[in-house]
Design a protein around this ligand. Structure first.
Ligand SMILES: [Zn+2]
Ligand SMILES: [Zn+2]
Length: 244
């Protein structure tokens, strides 16, 4: 019941954002979501776009920023459960502030901007597209409190251009986990162990998991394990930004 209400609430918010975008485009010049300068097309000006902290080069297995394109020493020693990790930006100014606004202040236009940036980067990446994108789920209680899941908003914005399939209900967070800010890698792994249940719909599919930020990758790794247990044939871990 609570989830249904939250879903309806999300639909209403999407509807309002679409209406707002249509009206704003008609009546007023578009403003850059990062610096408020007038711009055209995407609400992101050329100057801000040019200063984005792209995560390149990075390890192809864990997206850790580094100085070469090869697999990092950590992944060679302990390969993660996902086949690849992709986070096109680094968690630095201004992406950090915009992600925070999306996560805690319902700044849905940021999801639109990041979704478009991710869609561009996905084409530049040149790897086969997944069969389905599964946003990292929030625990129902946190979803109810926040009213939306920022990863679902991002997944929808990213998927729109290529018509990719998004299945926000295929993964559930059964156990409420503590907020991971300030935890080190071992604590984060322990905190999310056994937290997820994944729908059997993933069987034989290539899955991309999507989170807003990838920090140690513990959450994405645990969700990847749950997908593989449910029969997914390949799992990639995606995020907008990688924390160093
Ligand atoms: Zn700007
Ligand atoms: Zn790595």
């Amino acid at each position: 019941m609570v989830l249904e209400q939250t879903g309806t609430c999300q639909l209403k918010m999407h509807f309002m954002v679409d209406i707002w975008r249509a009206v704003a485009t008609e009546l007023a010049p578009l403003r850059c979501q990062f610096c408020d300068a007038p711009c055209a097309g995407l609400p992101l000006c050329a100057a801000c776009r040019a200063t984005l902290p792209w995560n390149d080069p990075a390890c192809p297995r864990c997206a850790q920023p580094q100085h070469h394109d090869g697999v990092c020493a950590d992944c060679l020693a302990h390969p993660p459960p996902f086949a690849a990790a992709w986070a096109p930006l680094r968690l630095a100014t201004p992406t950090q502030q915009q992600i925070h606004a999306l996560k805690y202040r319902a700044a849905f236009l940021h999801a639109h901007v990041f979704g478009e940036l991710l869609a561009d980067a996905l084409h530049a990446r040149g790897r086969p597209l997944p069969d389905v994108i599964i946003p990292v789920p929030l625990h129902p209680l946190r979803l109810w409190r926040r009213g939306y899941n920022q990863s679902v908003e991002l997944a929808r914005a990213l998927a729109r251009r290529d018509g990719l399939r998004v299945e926000p209900r295929w993964a559930e967070r059964r156990r409420a986990t503590r907020d991971q800010i300030g935890m080190h890698a071992v604590e984060r792994r322990r905190n999310v162990r056994g937290a997820f249940v994944v729908d059997a719909g993933v069987r034989d599919l290539r899955v991309a998991l999507l989170d807003d930020v990838m920090t140690t990758g513990a959450t994405l790794a645990e969700l990847a394990r749950a997908c593989l247990r449910a029969g997914a044939c390949q799992v990639e871990a995606w995020a907008i930004a990688r924390a160093p």
